[in-house]
Design a protein around this ligand. Sequence first.
Ligand code: DLL
Length: 433
Amino acid sequence: MIHDIEYETMPREALEAIQLRRLQTTLERVYANVPFYRQKFQAAGIVPSDIKRLEDMNRIPFTTKQDLRDNYPFNMFAVPMDNVVRIHASSGTTGQPTVVGYTSRDVGTWSTLMARALAAGGAGRGDIIHNAYGYGLFTGGLGVHYGAERLGASVIPVSGGNTKRQVVIMRDFGPTILTATPSYALHLAEVAEEMGVSFNSLNFKFGIFGAEPWSEKMRGEIERKLNLTAVDIYGLSEVMGPGVAIECHEAKKGLHVFEDHFIPEIVDPNTLEPLPYGTTGELVFTSLTKEAFPVIRYRTRDITSLTPEPCICGRTHVRMNRVTGRSDDMLIIRGVNVFPSQIESVLMETDDVAPHYQLVVDREDNLDVLTVMVEVDERSFTDEVKGLQQMERRITKNIKELLGVSARVKLVEPKAIARSQGKAVRVVDNRKI
Ligand code: DLL
């Protein structure tokens, strides 16, 4: 029996009562212990006791990534360093890394939540989890690891990389659950094929994939190539790590947010006004139980929407739709806004191209030029240049028609685009250099 799982099916009213109590405790905690929050609240003219109902959350100021950077490395911590037992940091590919801390109780809460997440994704006692998320400052590896142990499953802490050895382990140890980024899962499939190992002969039942955007089409591709059921898991280091939200394997439709620990909101990224269920906007989180690094109305920059529709799995927690991109991921090509995920959808509609692509943006004669590099699959990579040219023209036309942006499409041979062992690098923007 997993600890706390009963919260997942609680009636709304009971859940909200718990949320309010936990929110009030968290607000008191940050007000007393984090100068940044105290000053923010004072500037907004509020004290924690002003928040008497969940609807009052509207009065609380937001926290941004920049605020975390300004308090680098430890100034957002709400406990003395004596009580911090773990430190993680985001990769910092878009600037200075953000640093997060955990008390021993936080690590326990996270482990329980990850155990619940893995269970929702189809794992249980007796499963063998091949954990190919990176171990280290990134939260993926250790997050899944502690959750797997809490669940009572066996975990193989293989981390990312050394892909051939991973295939041998998959063949010899017979893992039943794969945890990895979706792009690395596809790479594993590719390398297994090269080594003559078929996923059809392996024991995998479920794959729990996340840490980067992926599409419904890519899910289909992964399920087919890896012969497993694939679910989407979401999280971010600032809020905890993996295990903030996950799809249940029963519905595979939207990710249940663990609302007994986090309050999600969707706001308009420009006006910051809260948006109703069903409307797409920026996802904002408030943590309810964290001790070392609570976050209050943290703007994730991830773009999605929330739905309260009941789910066939019986969970009452709201679901967030797939994160299709981040507000800071958005490319502006000659004034047209495009998300990499939109290009991915167009590519995935095209037969004969592989789900490996990279977008390169340059500035030529003061004009933005978007090049979409995409691999064709092994089968269609023939010497028939004419066929490939036709395909390039077709994709260019589809991108133009569906997204309103002109792109140069360049079909490249299989495996020409560098594979990542963690999060895939989808965009190379040379304009910023
Ligand atoms: O990526 C935590 C994680 C590890 C989640 C393993 C799932 C599995 P960060 O490195 O801090 O943490 O990156 C967080 O990654 O704000 C999103 O933009 C993106 N992201 C995470 N999960 C998904 C997902 C981990 N399922 C950032 N779909 C987030 C789309 C995701 N984007």
